[in-house]
Write a protein that binds this ligand. Structure first.
Ligand code: T4K
Length: 368
């Protein structure tokens, strides 16, 4: 039986992609903000329902360059329950991450606990819409307004979502998306920043191109984070099918729920009111004593059967060895609890419903 991994890249028909890239053979314009780049930027601005979009090489550079563009100094309040990228973007900018605990239901930053972490060095909040679960954007905005803090959302998991009818990328000062191969929408590698402030957009545009301001002027120490034409072309193709892909993901999610909802000892992702979900991930938290099997036992059993569930997000970023025990993980006890128990199950548009049945059967058979 072939292996089932946690996800599988969405791709258009080969002919669709070939048609999309054909013109590049004539123009020989392969990167540096070409036609496909401009087209994707325009299409995404419409689809995401945001004021402005800047395209980048990946989601990480979106986070890193947004922080740089804001010229911040001091501390950034964030969550440790995320991919390495979020924390690394902060640290690589010379900023200090201050870890806030997470909400036990949505796994996003616990907005009620942010205010007590604010000091006179706090400059920004970087929350994560983890698994596509939307943060408490209203409370975060209230706090940001009160203390004059910037809000940069890590929206890597929330492509295509809306909250109260508004594109998710329209919240905060900026929202950073990832278009990595493993995401709901991919451009092979890719990312974007959504924002309202045109000045921020201008700085980002220069920072992604070495900080070049004009033919004879380099005004900032930028990077090379330009999306190339082949990635933009893949984005254009995948965008045409993304709604269909999300609908299929929904079917897969519903099939999981048929089997796992109500099973004692399993905590499933709770649907959020007023959120149009993208069904990005299917996290399950295993409470060993109630369920009758630990996360490790389920993980191993699935692996024995060729099924690659993943421990997103374990370990917490505030325990990474690169930070030399600088942070106290006991300050984020809920995040620690969840990270030790969570497994994200395979979820992608093409996952056969019979495979979901089999995965659930294996999980439930682990109970003693
Ligand atoms: N913020 C958050 C919250 C994020 O989750 C991420 C990325 C970022 C920021 C940064 O965005 P990017 O700079 O990456 O655009 C994967 C992804 O590489 C990463 O993008 C993602 N988060 C993270 C959650 O997952 P790994 O190390 O787990 O990837 P890997 O290679 O083990 O792939 C996972 C599965 O995906 C494989 O088992 C099979 C499938 N796959 C993978 C690749 C590379 C495919 O089907 N096709 C592929 O091309 O990090």
């Amino acid at each position: 039986m072939s292996k089932i991994l946690v996800t599988r890249s969405s791709m258009p028909e080969l002919t669709e992609y070939m048609n999309e890239i054909e013109s590049l053979w004539d123009s020989r314009w392969l990167t540096n903000m070409g036609i496909k780049h401009k087209e994707l930027q325009k299409e995404l601005q419409k689809y995401l329902d945001v004021a402005s979009v800047e395209l980048l090489t990946n989601g990480h550079m979106a986070l890193e360059l947004t922080l740089q563009a804001m010229n911040l100094q001091g501390e950034v309040i964030t969550t440790p329950f995320t991919f390495a990228s979020t924390t690394h973007a902060i640290v690589r900018n010379g900023l200090t991450p201050v870890f806030c605990d997470i909400d036990p239901v949505t796994y996003t930053i616990d907005a009620e606990k942010i205010e007590r972490l604010i000091t006179d060095r706090t400059c920004a909040i970087m929350p994560v819409h983890v698994y596509g679960n939307v943060c408490n954007v209203e409370e975060i905005q209230r706090i940001a307004h009160k203390y004059e803090l910037k809000v940069i959302y890590d929206a890597a998991h929330s492509f295509g979502e809306t909250y109260k009818g508004r594109g998710i990328g329209s919240f905060g000062d900026a929202s950073c998306f990832s278009f990595h191969a493993t995401k709901v929408f991919n451009s092979i590698e890719g990312g974007a920043v959504c924002f309202r402030d045109e000045r921020l957009g201008n700085v980002l545009y220069e920072l992604k191109n070495f900080g070049i301001h004009g033919p004879e002027e380099v005004s900032a120490v930028g990077a090379n984070a330009k999306m190339n034409e082949f990635c933009a072309a893949m984005g254009l193709c995948n965008l045409r099918h993304v709604e269909e892909e999300i609908a299929k993901r929904r079917q897969v999610t519903e099939r999981y729920l048929e089997h796992l909802e109500g099973v004692e000892g399993l905590q499933l992702n709770a649907p959020q009111p007023e959120v149009k979900s993208n069904y990005a991930y299917f996290p399950v938290v295993f409470e060993e004593k109630v369920f009758g099997a630990s996360r490790a036992e389920v993980f191993d059993k699935l692996a024995e059967n060729g099924i690659g569930a993943r421990k997103y997000f374990y370990p917490l970023t505030n325990t990474f060895s690169c930070f030399h025990r600088e942070y106290d993980v006991n300050e984020t006890p809920v995040a620690l609890h969840i990270s030790k128990r969570v497994l994200t199950l395979p979820l992608y548009a093409d996952l056969a419903l019979e495979d979901v049945d089999r995965i659930c059967e294996i999980i439930l058979s682990c109970r003693t």
